[in-house]
Design a protein around this ligand. Structure first.
Ligand SMILES: Cc1cc2nc3c(=O)[nH]c(=O)nc-3n(C[C@H](O)[C@H](O)[C@H](O)COP(=O)(O)OP(=O)(O)OC[C@H]3O[C@@H](n4cnc5c(N)ncnc54)[C@H](O)[C@@H]3O)c2cc1C
Ligand code: FES
Length: 511
């Protein structure tokens, strides 16, 4: 995250900037009254907005201007240059806007403009009078917020099995676990936010079933909530390790704030951990535990970590990266049991462990949808508007399998940004917008000071072309994943602009 308290760089825009210094399509970083401001030019128009992304503070001046929007270089949020509105998650809040005046061949940034109020909308216009959201994660939260942003005046109830308010899940395996991000960063919003926006958030409220005939959801405690429109955003459940000893108290999984807190408590009082699984989460946990000086052994059946998703070259690099940071790998093998002394491998070797973290994947939490009779295909089947086979019931996030216009396949992904954008799109469609969900998937992963951004979706690919360099000395590259010569996805390391350009390119490609 960037430090907004830093002295802003660039010119003082209040004093004026010669128009000749800012070409068509260019962006410039400066400041006004001590606040960092981005000045952007499109033809004869000039825009001035806050220079830092409202997600993690990414530098928008290093992003990409597309028409009258700017995309953040870090995790691809998108802001409207005219209004400052956060058009695309993961940013949920707008950036400020300033007036700009052109005179005597210069641009002068003037006063801050009040942000626009939510678009007023009438509940009586045939829309739902009450919306129930099952799930208080990325998709559920983004949907609830978007309903209010769109001016929806009706009742919103968010039912979450979690004990905490919606959390910033990616942070749980990264900064928070590593000890570099404070606890308040784990929450997407404060509890007051939901009260202020009249979103009835019920925590610890597990939904047991859906009565589609009566249009009600039934909670585990028997309480019922009626809905006119329902959004299912139940996310994913961790896959449990099936070996003797898997239920011992020092065996942990990571999905919730409570899980991350437990791992931090363990790490504070321990010296050695075994991570089972070389998935993104397993290896992010390994990196965060190394930041706490815990000895980490990783056990996984793959011979190269993450090979299936990222290919052998990136996989080997990631293995070597972790080894340089002191992680010991036991690859091509599995844990056969866990005991008080440690984890036993196939060859009988015992890896001593004060605690064990299992990260062997997740599966979509679709039991509610199955029980309700919704169409299922390795996830909840939704149409291009994210509506399930039962009218009025929508699904978003890790559970949703949607028709992806870019690959032509029905796909399901487990990415933070996709879940939030689907929640937002589902909210607009609940209000009758009929908006097609056609976003190009995006995810990022972080290990130590290494970050990889990935746009597109390549479940199967036959070529992974690396351009640039990826080794201990230099990490600066683009990897293009193709099938039958067609680009399906692009991963980048320290090439944020290239990732944004690839995203725009993929957006223009339809199957
Ligand atoms: C530790 C960790 C790190 C991650 N890092 C990244 C990353 O760096 N980049 C990335 O792109 N993705 C990352 N992900 C994946 C990303 O967090 C998920 O794709 C995203 O959270 C999915 O959003 P969702 O809303 O579908 O589900 P979730 O965020 O999992 O939310 C599901 C919600 O549904 C609730 N729920 C489930 N069943 C019920 C029920 N029956 N009744 C009531 N409530 C229910 C749950 O309690 C939860 O509140 C990470 C995930 C984890 C766990
Ligand atoms: S910091 Fe801008 S999208 Fe994350």
């Amino acid at each position: 995250m960037s430090d907004p308290a830093q002295k802003p760089g660039g010119p003082d825009f209040a004093q004026g900037v010669p128009l000749a210094n800012i070409g068509d399509g260019a962006m410039m970083l400066g400041h006004v009254d001590g606040e960092p401001v981005l000045l952007a030019r499109r033809g004869h128009e000039l825009f001035a907005i806050g220079a830092h992304c409202t997600h993690y503070g990414g530098p928008l001046a290093e992003g990409l201007m597309v028409d009258d929007t700017v995309r953040c270089p870090w995790h691809h949020a998108c802001f409207n240059l005219r209004t400052g509105e956060a058009l695309r998650a993961p940013a949920l809040d707008p950036v400020s806007c300033w007036s700009v005046e052109q005179r005597d061949g210069s641009a002068y940034v003037g006063k801050k403009i009040e942000s626009a109020a939510p678009r007023p909308r009438s509940a009586a216009a045939g829309g739902p009078k009450s919306v129930v959201i099952v799930g208080g994660g990325a998709a559920g939260n983004a949907a609830a917020e978007m309903l209010r942003r769109e001016g929806y005046p009706g009742r919103i109830t968010m039912l979450s099995a979690d004990r905490s308010v919606p959390c910033d899940r990616p942070n749980l395996s990264k900064g928070y676990l590593a000890g570099t991000a404070p606890e308040e960063y784990t929450l997407l919003r404060s509890p007051e936010f939901y009260r202020e926006h009249d979103i009835e958030l019920k925590l610890g409220a597990g939904v047991a079933s859906i009565d589609t005939a009566a249009r009600q959801v039934v909670l585990v405690d028997g309480a019922r909530h009626a809905y006119d429109a329902l959004l299912l955003a139940t996310g994913a459940e961790v896959v449990k390790l099936d070996v003797p000893g898997n239920d011992l108290p020092h065996v942990h999984y990571l999905r919730t704030v409570a899980d991350s807190k437990t791992l931090i408590a363990k790490a504070t009082a321990s010296k050695r951990a075994v991570v089972i699984g070389s998935s993104f989460i397993g290896l992010e946990v390994a990196a965060s535990l190394r930041a706490r000086d815990i000895a980490v052994h990783v056990v996984a059946p793959d011979t190269v970590p993450m090979r299936k998703v990222l290919g052998p070259v990136v996989g080997e690099f990631i293995r070597a990266l972790h080894e340089r940071h002191g992680v010991t790998f036991h690859l091509g093998t599995v844990a056969t049991s866990i005991g008080g002394r440690g984890v036993t491998l196939q060859n009988g070797e015992i890896l001593p462990a004060d605690f064990v973290v299992v990260g062997i994947g997740v599966r979509p939490a679709i039991s509610l949808a199955e029980q309700a009779g919704l169409a299922i295909d390795r996830g909840v089947t939704v149409d291009e508007h994210l509506e399930t086979s039962v009218p009025g019931i929508f699904a978003a996030g890790d559970i949703a399998r949607w028709p992806d216009p870019h690959t032509g396949d029905a796909i399901r992904v487990e990415h933070w940004v996709v879940a939030e954008r689907q929640g937002q799109a589902a909210a607009r469609n609940i209000l009758g917008r009929k908006e097609r969900f056609d976003a190009v998937p995006f995810f990022w992963t972080e290990h130590y000071d290494f970050t990889l951004n990935y746009v597109g979706h390549a479940e199967r690919w036959d070529e992974a072309e690396l351009e640039g360099q990826l080794d201990a000395e230099t990490q600066n590259c683009t990897i293009t994943y193709r099938r039958s010569g067609r680009t399906l996805a692009v991963a980048t390391v320290r090439r944020d602009l290239a990732a944004l350009r690839a995203e725009v390119e993929l957006e223009r490609t339809f199957a």
